[in-house]
Ligand binder design. Structure first.
Ligand SMILES: Nc1ncnc2c1ncn2[C@@H]1O[C@H](COP(=O)(O)OP(=O)(O)OP(=O)(O)O)[C@@H](O)[C@H]1O
Ligand SMILES: [Mg+2]
Length: 190
């Protein structure tokens, strides 16, 4: 087992079985694994950072050397702040390799002591990505087996028309409150 902390960064929007496969493999070879959710990676994510954090915490509760955190800005700075020595990333196909190589070399340039370690998932997850899961679920397709059950349930809630309507109403109320607040501010200034 490798001594020290490794970070597994990503957006996890939502967590897939591919992510979990990698987390389990990582937890076996690193003393401590920090799964780090990148905040602000997408302008309109499907799940909020708080929701992603909660899902990941629930899904990794039985892995004692895994913890979940969030970060912003430069990954190498975040890694330094945790005194991490490794970054864990997953490679699914050649298409991942090009981008991952670029990023790993850039991170090495920024922080030469930080090593990037790549791991491959079980082949049954080698085509699973959050984006595809979102697309399939949004089109009403089944995502069973691609994501854990809690995520499947969350997707169903998010995409069910009844829930959608409730969310839309909630957003409307929040928007109205926000414009009222802005209006009050303007009045005070005048
Ligand atoms: N099925 C998988 N098998 C192995 N690694 C994976 C898998 N899915 C994601 N990863 C890896 O996990 C890390 C974080 O990925 P990320 O959160 O971007 O997931 P993603 O599935 O690529 O999401 P998106 O489709 O939104 O980009 C990356 O290194 C990515 O290559
Ligand atoms: Mg990705």
């Amino acid at each position: 087992m490798h001594k020290g902390i490794a970070i597994y960064p990503g957006s996890f929007d939502p967590t897939t079985n591919g992510h979990l496969d990698l987390i389990e493999r990582g937890a076996k070879i690193f003393e401590e694994l920090v799964v780090a959710i990148l905040r602000n990676s997408e302008k309109s994510p499907m799940f909020s950072v708080a929701e992603r954090l909660q899902m990941l915490r629930e899904l990794t509760a039985d892995l004692k050397n895994v913890r979940i955190d969030t970060f912003d800005g430069l990954m190498v700075e975040y890694a330094k702040s945790l005194e991490a020595t490794c970054i864990l990333r997953g490679i699914r196909a050649i298409s991942d390799y090009e981008y991952e190589l670029q990023m790993a070399l850039m991170n090495r340039k920024l922080e030469p002591t930080l090593e990037t370690v790549f791991m491959m998932p079980a082949d049954k997850y080698s085509y699973v990505s959050s984006r595809l899961v979102r697309e399939v679920a949004q089109a009403g397709g089944p995502v069973k087996g691609l994501v854990p059950e809690v995520v499947e349930q969350k997707l169903r809630e998010r995409l069910d028309p009844a829930y959608k309507l409730r969310d839309a109403r909630m957003n409307e109320v929040l928007d109205r409150r926000e414009s009222a607040r802005k209006g009050n501010k303007r009045k005070k200034k005048a």
